[in-house]
Write a protein that binds this ligand. Structure first.
Ligand SMILES: [Fe+2]
Ligand SMILES: [Fe+2]
Length: 277
């Protein structure tokens, strides 16, 4: 299928895992660590709002996308984000909202914030937010799948399957929002503005507020060792932010393209792994 806008080299079809979270301990599922578990719990609470908002923003644009391959990829992208949002929402409902009820308020504020932005931001700037989100999720996925033991050592098997499947699909569809943004003539400055907007108004406050609340609820908020462990997990050797920092910077290169980093080997390895089960 020919396409002048799609830059995706991979088919985007993966089975949705059948996951049961009954035995998961939300406070310690990641290697028994409150810090590591709550970091990813914060992401799990944040992501569904973004994913559902991306779908609501892309679907009305579909009739304007004449490029057949890109059109199909946007549909698959929406299917995948819908599946991620649904599964994470179920985990959030079963384990996070029951133990940490204030998360529901944070999620509700964010929903209002997203709907305000969707109404008042120029279309290209709003789209650029999702280009930036997809860049972050792809960077996290690339490194998380390359060295799972560094971020998810001795984690709950079901939770690891959730994040592993999510990461593979993030890699497979990592260029779709970028391609749509380009299709609607989004330019470099808007792309950069989207990343700054995302970081300053969504990611940083969203993660910090959640982590502060979760640590306070777990009564580890005032322990120095909490922040030492968090700093090591994020910035130490194999740290989440340290590993992804170079990728983050690559977004500001005017020649940046999502598939500059080859994710095909990781996707193929996952397909081989699930077909062997
Ligand atoms: Fe996702
Ligand atoms: Fe995504």
């Amino acid at each position: 299928m020919t396409s002048t806008f799609s830059t995706s080299p991979v088919a985007m079809s993966f089975p949705i895992p059948n996951l049961v979270f009954d035995d998961c301990n939300p406070q310690r599922w990641n290697g028994g660590s409150v810090v590591k578990s709550q970091f990813w719990n914060s992401m799990s609470s944040l992501l569904p709002n973004i994913e559902f908002c991306a779908i609501r923003s892309l679907m009305p644009l579909m009739p304007q996308i004449d490029d057949v391959k890109l059109h199909e990829e946007v549909l698959l992208f929406c299917d995948q984000e819908n599946a991620h949002g649904t599964l994470h929402s179920r985990y959030n409902r079963e384990h996070l909202h029951t133990n940490y009820p204030y998360l529901k308020n944070i999620e509700s504020w964010e929903r209002h914030c997203f709907s305000w932005m969707s109404k008042f931001l120029p279309r290209r700037l709003f789209l650029s937010l999702f280009v930036a989100v997809e860049h972050w999720t792809a960077a996290f996925s690339q490194h998380g799948l390359s060295k799972p033991e560094a971020w998810f050592a001795e984690s709950d098997e079901t939770m690891f399957q959730l994040w592993e499947w999510h990461a593979v699909e993030e890699l497979a569809h990592k260029s779709v929002c970028y391609d749509v943004f380009r299709y609607f003539k989004g330019g470099y400055l808007t792309q950069v503005a989207g990343m700054l907007l995302l970081l300053l108004f969504i990611m940083l406050p969203g993660i910090c507020l959640r982590l502060g609340y979760l640590f306070a609820k777990d009564k580890v908020w005032w322990h120095l060792r909490t922040y030492r462990e968090l700093a090591i997990y994020l910035l130490g050797r194999d740290g989440v932010l340290r590993c992804t920092f170079k990728d983050f910077l690559s977004f500001f290169n005017p020649r940046f393209r999502p598939w500059d980093i080859d994710s095909l080997p990781l996707i193929k390895a996952y397909l081989t792994q699930i077909s062997a089960v």
